[in-house]
Design a binder for this molecule. Sequence first.
Ligand SMILES: Nc1ncnc2c1ncn2[C@@H]1O[C@H](COP(=O)(O)OP(=O)(O)O)[C@@H](O)[C@H]1O
Ligand SMILES: N[C@@H](CCC(=O)OP(=O)(O)O)C(=O)O
Length: 372
Amino acid sequence: MSQPLADARRLVVKVGSALVTNNGAGLDLKAIGEWARQIATLRAIGRDVVLVSSGAIACGMQRLGWTRRPSGVHELQAAAAVGQMGLAQVYESAFVAHGLQTAQVLLTHEDLADRKRYLNARSTLTTLLGLGVVPIINENDTVVTDEIKFGDNDTLGALVANLVEADALIILTDQRGLYTADPRKDPDATLIETTRAGDPVLESMAGGAGTQYGKGGMITKVLAAKRAARSGAHTVIASGREADVLPRLARGDGVGTLLIADTQPLTARKQWLADHLQLAGTLHLDAGAVDALHSGRSLLPVGVCDIEGDFERGAVVACVTPERREIARGLVNYSSGEARRIARHASQDIAAVLGYEHEPELIHRDNLILLE
Ligand SMILES: Nc1ncnc2c1ncn2[C@@H]1O[C@H](COP(=O)(O)OP(=O)(O)O)[C@@H](O)[C@H]1O
Ligand SMILES: N[C@@H](CCC(=O)OP(=O)(O)O)C(=O)O
């Protein structure tokens, strides 16, 4: 049942480090040439393709003669800077051979968290697609440290799928798809052909990375599918070594694991809120406020017992239950200092407490998304 892919006009294809660098042996020119050929085939039948490629660190390590992945952030960043040159060079020549232009786009988490930069990135990518160019995206590893990284490119792939409103995210890796357990560890593991993106049972089946070259493993792919489904994109996890994998998927053939997006997509603005990986603060709600949010109402200051963090009006914050489960997130109308003063107060008292009132709600329901 891979029919949804046959209708997908815009695809994000993600290729992992182990695959791109042939397990750290150096850029796999044959494999890269093969994906370029397949992507050219998709372009020829009118599909838009954005490629998210890992491999900068693994390629840099190989070029620098390092056999072990360094643990120091600056060494990793240096390796990424060296390796990204290799990636750009090889992709450029591989696509030129098929008459296609490429564009390098390096993104950070901050680019996508800032609404203006997010919209800029979206316009640039859609302009490139309109020009028939294949954008090749990676994380800008040289300028980000661990705390602010996407880290694995599965997450980045899902965010890009949401950013360009793709119909499908295709994650190519070194296994045939998602198995019931890590096939490297469990010989009885079987391939799952079709499932529902976001099914919590998948998270217990998926393990970590298979080699020192990959970062995320299967768990980040399963979570990426859940994330991509929020904008309505289906996900396929398949082997990048499977013959003609991309054209076959585009024809609707069943290859690998299909994770179907079967929930109502969020609006673009709510999608952007949901995709924030780092939040500016946390609002602790009482049980009444939790119920109000579940019935689709705005968050009023009266239902907030405590505030964590230092944030400005307009920041994206988490809303947690008394048990500290994040149930929603949204754009706050008051800074953390103001919020601490009006917490537990009725909205009609805001002006008396602060001397002014922005809005009666702490977070308006239009700026709020429920996560469960
Ligand atoms: N349930 C599972 N099904 C398939 N692979 C799994 C599973 N759990 C863990 N893995 C591991 O995930 C690895 C792929 O992830 P990773 O090494 O990060 O590759 P990539 O660089 O392509 O992202 C596989 O080689 C496999 O060992
Ligand atoms: N941005 C990093 C990719 C991080 C990574 O290893 O991702 P992945 O192989 O997709 O798990 C790089 O280019 O080396």
